[in-house]
Design a protein around this ligand. Sequence first.
Ligand SMILES: Cc1ncc(COP(=O)(O)O)c(C=O)c1O
Length: 444
Amino acid sequence: MKNEKWVAGAKPLAREARAAKQAPRAGDNQHMSALKLRESKRWLERARAVIPGGVYGHQSPNLLVPGRYPAFISEARGCRVRDPDGNEYIDFLCSYGPMVVGYQNPAVHRATEKQRALCDAGTLPAPNMVELAEKLVAVSEGMDWAMFAKNGSDACTWALALARQRSGRDLIAMAGGSYHGVHGWCNHFTAGFPDSDRASTVEFAWNDLQGLSALFDEHSKSLAAVIVTPFRHEAGADSVMPAEGFLEGIRSLCDRHGALMIVDDVRAGFRLHRGGSTQLWGVTPDLLVYSKALANGYPLSALLGNESLRSAAEGVFVTGTFFTQAVPIAAAIATLEELEAKDGIAYMNAIGERFCDGLQRGADKAGVQIHVSGPPSIPFMTFPADAGSFERSRVFAAACVRGGVFVHPYHNWFMSTAHQESDIDEALAIAAKAFREAARVRAS
Ligand SMILES: Cc1ncc(COP(=O)(O)O)c(C=O)c1O
């Protein structure tokens, strides 16, 4: 392992520097033989005793390939992570999106340390909240104000509340299967939530403008808003970009019927377009929600809106004990500056293209068909021969992990500005071997 690869722009920890000479490269990881996961398993057993399920939510090892993935990450730098057994991976999940300028990015680190020395969770907000709001309003097309929360679920739910307050209507239209968080109105799983939580939402199919138009015809006077993601990126399915005219059509249906357009940019934000992802298609929503990549791993989300929603925003009581935290806000300011200084979005798309092209070449060479979907900065890959079973995806992903490349069989991946061309090429060499394993899976 070379220090600069592990560190990717940051200074190595002293311990890492000492270990660097004997430490393996990611691609040499136990290397296409068995992956040593003893420590991960030990931590998981301890976790199961005191944490329901051990690890819950989408990070649960049960939702990966059981027994073939680490269950914990102990260290992370740049685009690389290390598990408790000392295995190192080039990480293409980026903490499921937040890590956009690299784990322990030096500029973000400096900004957070500086703010931490002053104040983090104060009795009142710190002035940097105003600075971040000004910055977000300045870069986000059509947005006049910003409010902050801690996660995407809360900010999306606040957006619905504001739309209802502004329009005096209750009903929300959402694309069926879209993920907007864990609150009752949109949680993908119904256990624990009463049906009444969903009573004020209606669904249309992604890219089906006619279906949405029919919903407007049926509920013209009660639809408060349409909430959409910039592209369809649900786990367990190929990503789907908006069809020509789809987002524009939502915009004009909302305008025609006096409803509001909410864009949930929690997952895609800051990887597609600096002014809000739907600007790629020239569409400006009324309300815009950011989270994941906003603060490079620090807990923060933002709800932005246009002038017409300012008094609704003042009229709805939203708060939270930690929303004033100044360290995540300092992280967000530094992250946005880093992205701008490095032309980060263009970089991630270019490096993502290099990755996707290389995957295609690797698959062709192994004689296995793949389907790469989504924007290059948030790519995903499936095997059409799986026909939804994800069997080859599991074999491929487990082989990648064994070789030192962290990808997910069912969930889209993320690029960051910390991924260098050399990281991509190293990952592709490992993926090439993984494709050969996937190619051996027989049609069932
Ligand atoms: C599009 C989208 N909206 C909302 C959320 C919920 O965000 P959080 O997990 O921070 O509550 C997510 C999380 O993955 C998401 O991808």
